[in-house]
Design a protein around this ligand. Structure first.
Ligand code: PEP
Length: 253
């Protein structure tokens, strides 16, 4: 049975002290929150807070992920963080190909593929983002765009490697805008993605792949979105910065 996953992408938010407060609050609230046994909670704070977050995770019920990784192995790449470094900190997950990386840092599907390869070499599970921009949705190109992102970013993997992949469908027009895809729109694309995976890797791999929705997901709409047959949870931006909202979403299955 595939996992339900709720992952919080903090992006570039919080000072060290604020980060400490937020994780502390999440840990406290988790003591009295009934998380479904099949639900995995993942916190993806900025790089400087990964160690602190991992320390908290040792005594709590969440896992830790990074927001990005270098496509290079090691060497003269100032400012970059390698998969080996994340591995040496025992990280479990890493977001790859977020639309903000694609938009502001020119991250191509080929770079996504290279980052995924680096992560898999170090047994870190990639959370791979895909999704169309508004103009692509308006011209009904969303299926073509998402297919190309997945084929070019992931379909070089073997079935065994692919079984470590989590996919996050994030329509770019819904990220941080307050506009959410309707549950039907989310289901339509999630089913399309699962079908693509089934065609390439077979039904079993497709059925075991967690496909998350991201884009203005909040406590008031999570239940309806997560109730869709092919939606296995969410990648949460803004709403993960408040412990009470993040945990309300995590209990929306
Ligand atoms: C995101 O950036 O991954 C995201 C889903 O953001 P938000 O929830 O703020 O739309």
């Amino acid at each position: 049975m595939r996992k339900h996953i709720v992952a919080g992408n903090w992006k570039m938010n919080k000072t060290f002290e604020q980060a400490d407060d937020l994780i502390n609050e999440i840990v406290e609230k988790l003591e009295t929150t009934e998380l479904d046994r099949n639900t995995l909670l993942i916190l993806c704070p900025p790089f400087p807070y990964l160690e602190m977050t991992s320390d908290y995770a040792n005594d709590s019920y969440f896992m830790v992920g990074a927001q990005d990784v270098s496509s290079h192995k090691e060497g003269a790449y100032t400012g970059e963080i390698s998969a080996a470094m994340l591995d040496s900190m025992d990280l479990d997950y890493c977001i790859v190909g977020h639309s903000e990386r694609r938009q502001y840092h020119g991250e191509s599907n080929a770079m996504v593929a290279a980052k995924v390869d680096q992560l898999l070499k170090h047994d870190i599970k990639p959370i791979v983002c895909c999704g169309e921009v508004l103009a692509e949705r308006e011209s009904e190109k969303q299926f073509d765009v998402v297919k190309q992102q997945i084929v070019e970013g992931l379909f070089h993997l073997s079935a065994e490697q692919f079984s470590n992949i989590v996919i996050a469908y994030e329509p770019v027009w819904a990220i941080g805008t307050g506009k959410t895809a309707t549950p039907e729109q989310a289901q339509e694309i999630h089913a399309f993605i699962r079908n693509l995976i089934a065609e390439k890797y077979g039904k079993e791999v497709a059925d075991n792949t967690s496909i998350l929705y991201g884009g203005s997901c909040k406590p008031s709409n999570a239940k309806e979105i997560f109730a869709q047959a092919d939606v296995d949870g969410g990648l949460i931006g803004g709403a993960c910065l408040k412990a009470v909202d993040f945990l309300a979403i995590a209990t929306s299955f």
